[in-house]
Design a protein. Structure first.
Length: 79
């Protein structure tokens, strides 16, 4: 099992070059905030991400890929 500290670090690094903060909610779920470090503009804020299925590097990579894909589709919608 991956510790919350390690899980947070992997997720935060997965959004580089954007900045990302990943915090653990009181119920054990994650809040993931992806933003531009220079402007502070929030690109995505996801609350209550369950950690139950985030037990392997593949599942974490899939989550990051899903969120990156959603960010890209939102950008395309506004362009």
């Amino acid at each position: 099992m991956i510790s919350n500290l390690e899980l947070r670090h992997i997720i935060e690094c997965g959004f580089l070059p954007l900045a990302c903060t990943c915090t653990v909610n009181p119920d054990g779920s994650l809040m993931i905030k992806v933003f531009d470090a220079e402007t502070g503009r929030v690109e995505m804020l996801v609350t209550a991400v369950s950690t139950a299925d985030l037990t392997s590097s593949r599942s974490i990579a899939n989550l990051i890929g899903e969120l990156r894909g959603e960010m890209a589709s939102r950008k395309a919608s506004f362009a």
